[in-house]
Design a protein around this ligand. Structure first.
Ligand SMILES: N=CN[C@@H](CCC(=O)O)C(=O)O
Ligand SMILES: [Zn+2]
Length: 412
């Protein structure tokens, strides 16, 4: 099936020569074609160009995109979309003065979600999660990573990962699975946290690997959760099973998680709200993608990742939602892109690069997603009629998306 889009006001993120990721000043460039056409064949991008050089094409369907922009769909490389229930009571508690840390200390937070997850059937968790996945796809997400981490028992963690697997089987967009058994210390292990980490490493991890339920390993490296030593221990064990690290670091405290991640050649280090000069230095010249989660900063009223400073230091940067029931009950990448511009002082070009090609890199999908390149998957957003691409982050909260295509198929 050949679909031809004509009169596209602007075709964004056009990369004839595919790139893996973009860093520093490279992120300022967002290559595009004005007054363009785009041909997709079945699930792939087949060709594109400017309208004045449109060849004769025998298309099955021609779509007039006058006044509209086409850009690659968002690549959301950090989410916790699979969970059960919600935590709106904690939201109200925070408004009334409790902090995220205080709520966690009282047994709320991640442990609250773990209890609900354990008490909810696998089918019900699937139904709730599928609904959220469909919601974010409509908002333009065309590739997503999903973590476990609300099970915190062998049964609970495997349940979550099986739900992710079922989502992978039932939806067309690429879904990458991450094992986050080391997300918090369960109540029963409060006095013996090492025993919980040992359980994760010796009992759950081998099963996850054996059943091929995850590609990546994650840990919440943070005061009150897991230490840098724990991080080394887990990552050493997991990399032996072939799981690559994508880890939670520097959310509230900088304790050396970035350096631990780099030592184990992490694919990404995520959060980064608290960055020391040495953390920026350590990331230079590595393969590790720093990932910022600005809607988490918005929701928790914590600092934003110093994106401007990091880009000016020559680093790459990806943007993701962190969609989860506690710190970011939103999977809206459009809002993330707006926040990156408004709060992190990233330009629209930098933010769109960070949310497309660099997000793809943080899921090892750069070869197939994240740009308009011949042969890549036809996963893209068709906007409504808008004045320019800068309008997307500028008009925050406005839905500028007319339709979303995944593997060449328009979402209903
Ligand atoms: N920080 C650790 N994990 C999640 C939040 C988990 C929760 O509060 O449920 C995050 O990335 O923000
Ligand atoms: Zn997270």
């Amino acid at each position: 099936m050949k679909q031809l889009f004509i009169n596209i006001k602007e075709l964004l993120q056009v990369r004839d020569e595919p790139v893996e990721k973009l860093s520093g000043a490279e992120m300022k460039e967002l290559p595009s074609l004005k007054n363009a056409w785009l041909l997709i064949e079945n699930d792939k991008i087949s060709d594109y160009g400017e309208m004045n050089s449109l060849p004769e094409i025998n298309a099955d369907k021609t779509i007039n995109a006058e006044g509209k922009i086409i850009l690659p769909s968002w690549c959301d490389s950090h989410t916790h979309i699979v969970y059960a229930g919600n935590r709106e009571q904690e939201f109200a508690d925070r408004i009334n003065g409790l902090s995220y840390e205080e709520i966690a200390k009282r047994g709320g937070g991640i442990l609250n979600s773990a209890k609900t997850l354990q008490e909810t059937s696998e089918d019900e968790v699937y139904e709730q999660s599928a609904k959220r996945l469909e919601e974010v796809m409509k908002l333009g997400t065309g590739a997503v990573e999903i973590k476990s981490g609300y099970g915190l028992t062998e049964e609970g963690e495997l349940k979550m990962l099986r739900v992710i697997k079922k989502l992978q089987q039932n939806y067309e967009l690429p879904i990458k699975a991450t094992f986050l058994g080391a997300h918090a210390i369960p109540k029963e292990y409060k006095e013996k946290p090492d025993a919980y980490l040992n359980l994760v490493i010796d009992q759950i991890l081998p099963k996850v690997a054996e059943e091929k339920l995850a590609e990546y390993i994650d840990i919440f490296c943070e005061k009150g959760y897991f230490s840098v030593d724990d991080t080394h221990k887990l990552l050493s064990a997991a990399t032996k099973f072939g799981l690559k690290p994508k880890i939670h670091v520097n959310q509230f405290n900088a304790i050396g998680g970035i350096q631990a991640g780099i030592e184990h050649d992490a694919l990404s280090v995520d959060h980064l709200e608290v960055m020391r000069p040495e953390d920026i230095e350590s990331l230079k010249g590595t393969n590790t993608m720093p990932v910022a989660l600005p809607s988490c900063s918005l929701f928790l009223s914590i600092p934003y990742t110093p994106g401007r400073e990091m880009l000016d230091a020559g680093l790459p940067l990806a943007l993701a939602t962190d969609f989860n029931p506690g710190s970011t009950p939103s999977g809206n990448m459009n809002l993330v892109v707006s926040l990156a511009c408004i709060k992190m002082k990233m330009t629209p070009e930098e933010a769109i690069n960070a949310a497309t090609i660099n997000g793809a890199y943080a899921m090892e999908l750069s070869e197939t997603h994240g740009s308009i390149t011949k042969g890549k998957k036809a996963n893209f957003i068709l906007t409504k009629e808008i004045p320019s691409y800068t309008f997307l982050p500028y008009a925050f909260g406005t839905n500028s998306i007319e339709s979303v295509f995944i593997n060449g198929k328009m979402l209903e």
